[in-house]
Design a protein around this ligand. Structure first.
Ligand code: PLP
Length: 416
């Protein structure tokens, strides 16, 4: 990993250069598109600060990145400049963060992790339909009980049956015998093709599915599958905190990955990132998208080029080294919470490479959880509360929380 840190000046220059390569609604003959710059009463384009504000300038210029730009072939020529920025962003994510070989992947900036996960399932469903003449009722979507709700959402939209395997209560690890039992039952009931989701950190626990354990079982049972990694939460932290990660494209069993910029990276909403190996995007080509040059391969259609530009800017503001330092600092602060909990004898789950701590609910009063906005695993009958160590969480807040928790526990102990 070695993308450079660039100065604010250099970043500005690159973005304005890209914008200048787009066609400009103000100065060029653009008669045929149902789009324009942003409303000038709300977003006036002559504000003096705009020359120092590359993101706002991109927003106002309003480039549309509809389609998938890593595919090559015919291109929408209007927004070529900022589309090149998006391609460079996809390159950094696929090659540098997730170990892909050059030119071996496609990808785009999606509305979020939900869209990227659905896109993956959509591609694999069509892949099994088209390549093997599979009926959709012969395909199942496999994911753990701790997976994000975008997976049942995808199953519902795509008409797929779900296989939800359980995890072990305390360490949230894959219950492999449950998975095996359910797989055998699905096969017996006629399922032949499987779309497998692996979590590179679940939202609630920060747990990471053991990819080898799962693929070994799939191979043992001779299962025909495609594997997606949901790294919506973990994608911008785990590869930087665990150098030995195998949840990436170096692993031949991984076909696609979801990452979210709008979580750890602090980019605006609308910055999910979808990455997939070459020769697979084609299965969701919408041929009817005849007015889009190069057709459409995405779920969302029109999307803002400013979002891609913004993620690119954030990554270059830190550089790969700076980002690693920042993520490891978050991890240090997370570890200090765990040390405090150990001292108090509080039970919790924590993956050492992820900035989440899930605490068993019996140790925390509902009012303390509410005071610190801890999120429960479910709102009806919480069994866990989680702390997410985000950049806004300062040591003072943590100290305050730990003191109050310690007092609560002490009080409980001296109660008769
Ligand atoms: C947040 C999240 C998603 C969904 O992302 P959105 O950007 O909210 O659509 C999917 N999977 C995981 C693990 C997540 O944490």
């Amino acid at each position: 990993m070695h993308w450079p840190k660039l100065s604010t000046q250099k970043i500005k220059l690159k973005i304005f250069e890209a914008l200048s390569k787009n066609l400009n609604y103000r100065s060029e003959n653009i008669l045929g598109v149902p789009a324009s710059f942003l409303d000038t009463d709300i977003f006036y384009d002559d504000a003096p600060f705009l020359k120092d504000a590359p993101f706002l300038s991109m927003l106002i210029a309003n480039p549309n990145h509809i389609g998938c730009h890593t595919l090559g072939g015919e291109k929408e020529p209007i927004f070529n400049g900022t589309q090149e920025i998006e391609k460079d962003l996809i390159r950094i994510c696929a090659e540098e963060i997730f170990g892909a070989n050059p030119h071996s992947y496609d990808g785009y900036v999606a509305s979020g992790g939900t869209e990227a996960n659905i896109e993956a399932c959509w591609i694999y469903r069509n892949y099994f339909n088209n390549e093997f003449g599979a009926n959709t009722n012969e395909i199942a979507l496999i994911y753990s009980q701790d997976s994000h709700y975008s997976l049942p959402k995808a199953a519902n939209l795509l008409g797929l049956d779900s296989l939800v395997f359980s995890v072990n209560e305390n360490d949230r690890s894959v219950n492999i015998s449950d998975l095996e039992k359910k797989l055998l039952a699905q096969i017996a009931s006629g399922k032949k093709y499987f779309i497998v989701n692996i979590n590179l950190s679940t939202t609630m626990f920060g747990s990471v599915d053991d990819i080898n354990k799962i693929t070994n079982l799939l191979h043992l049972l001779n299962i025909h599958y495609k594997l997606h990694v949901d790294a919506a939460f973990g994608g911008f932290i785990y590869p930087f905190t665990n150098a030995d990660s195998i949840h990436n494209f170096k692993n031949p069993h991984v076909s696609s990955i979801t990452i979210d910029g709008h979580k750890m990276l602090q980019s605006p909403y609308g910055t999910g990132i979808f990455l997939i190996r070459k020769e697979l995007m084609q299965y969701v080509c919408t041929e009817e998208a005849s007015y889009v040059q190069g057709k459409d391969f995405t779920l969302c259609g029109s999307r803002s080029g400013a979002n891609a530009g913004c993620v690119w800017m954030i990554l270059h503001n830190h550089g790969s080294v700076g980002w690693s330092v920042k993520m490891n600092q978050l991890l240090d602060r997370t570890a200090s919470i765990c040390n405090g909990l150990d001292d108090m004898g509080v039970e919790y789950f924590h993956n050492p490479y992820v900035n989440i701590v899930a605490i068993k609910s019996q140790y925390i009063s509902a009012s303390l959880a509410k005071q610190f906005m801890l999120v429960p695993d479910n709102h009806e009958n919480p069994e866990w509360y989680k702390i997410v160590m985000m950049p806004h969480v300062k040591p003072g807040i943590i100290d305050n929380f730990m003191n109050l928790l310690s007092n609560e526990l002490l009080y409980k102990r001296i109660q008769p």
